[in-house]
Design a protein around this ligand. Structure first.
Ligand code: AMP
Length: 290
């Protein structure tokens, strides 16, 4: 595995690979890698010729007072894990390499960035869209791999690619979970033992939502209320949102039909955790991805 820290080196490597007719798979991350990240790397390895993984804790997607400075960082460990997965290139630029002095150009996916995460983390997706666009220019991937755990991010990035005609295919990969259902996240490291136990309430409430829909419940308000009730039973938990939305527009729905997303964001201690359930209706029957 080659480790590159300079944009010019990465761009030159990417140009060389494209020139040699190699298909490049790209996995952008913020490091503190876990099995969720590694599942994306494996998928990229399977589907492309050369796998590039970036580690960059992007200051532009953190709001004031958020955990940018405390975000877990362990470069040596991450690098070892990626080596073991036989990633080909690790791109780990310093902040100044991505945001040079005087940086002032941002890209915004307007409507899709506004609700859900956007409501509680204003500016978050402006930072995400901007860094993803920059990384795509630098790495020039044929395919880029994202986890459905960050469902809104997948929708925002897909729209960015479509609207700006970027020659990259977005591949959305399943959520990797701990044995008790908690979605793997770098932020799970913030949880103490009691909070870690309490954190399973996110998954449990999504299971309950699925169960209601499987039982024929179609009223979004009823499903959301039941999820809130369950989560509120957990003393450690504080809900930012737990809703049922249209999976494409991210707008709230009254009735569950077509493709629906059930996203939630819940604070457990100082960790803000997100998770979601995707439901897809075909011939009157729902199938779910959790
Ligand atoms: P992050 O380092 O949190 O920015 O995540 C980098 C990529 O890994 C994003 O596309 C995430 O959606 C994805 N990811 C994070 N956690 C998981 C998970 N538990 N399962 C699948 N993908 C994940």
């Amino acid at each position: 595995m080659k480790t590159l820290t300079r944009m010019a080196e990465m761009q030159a490597a990417a140009a060389g690979l494209r020139g040699a007719g190699k298909r490049v798979g790209f996995v952008p991350t913020m490091g503190a890698l876990h099995a969720g990240h590694l599942s994306l790397v494996r998928r990229a390895k399977q589907e492309t010729d050369v796998t590039v993984v970036s580690i960059f804790v992007n200051p532009a997607q953190f709001g004031p007072g958020e955990d940018y400075l405390n975000y877990p960082r362990d470069f040596e460990r991450d690098s070892g894990l990626l080596r073991r997965e036989s990633a080909d290139i690790l791109f780990a630029p310093p902040v100044e390499e991505i945001y040079a002095q005087g940086f002032e150009t941002y890209v915004t996916v307007e409507q899709l960035s506004a609700p859900l995460e956007g409501e509680f983390r204003p500016g978050h997706f402006r930072g995400v869209a901007t860094v993803v666009l920059k990384l795509f220019h630098i790495v020039q991937p044929d395919r880029a791999y994202f986890g459905r755990k960050d469902a809104q991010q997948c929708v925002v990035v897909s729209r960015l690619v479509r609207d700006l005609n970027l020659p990259v295919e977005i591949v959305v990969c399943p959520i990797v979970r701990e044995p008790d259902g908690l979605a793997m996240s770098s932020r799970n490291a913030y949880l103490n033992e009691e909070e870690r136990r309490a954190a399973t309430v996110l998954y449990k409430s999504l299971c309950r939502a699925r169960e209601l829909m499987q039982g024929g419940e179609r009223r979004a308000a009823v499903i959301a209320a039941e999820m809130r009730r369950l989560i509120e039973q957990e003393r450690q938990a504080r809900i930012d949102y737990a809703v049922v939305v249209d999976a494409e527009t991210l707008r709230p729905v009254e009735e569950v039909r077509g493709r629906v997303l059930v996203p939630l964001a819940v604070w457990i201690g100082r960790a803000r955790l997100i998770d979601n359930l995707l439901g897809e209706e075909k011939d009157g029957r729902f199938s779910f991805q959790l």
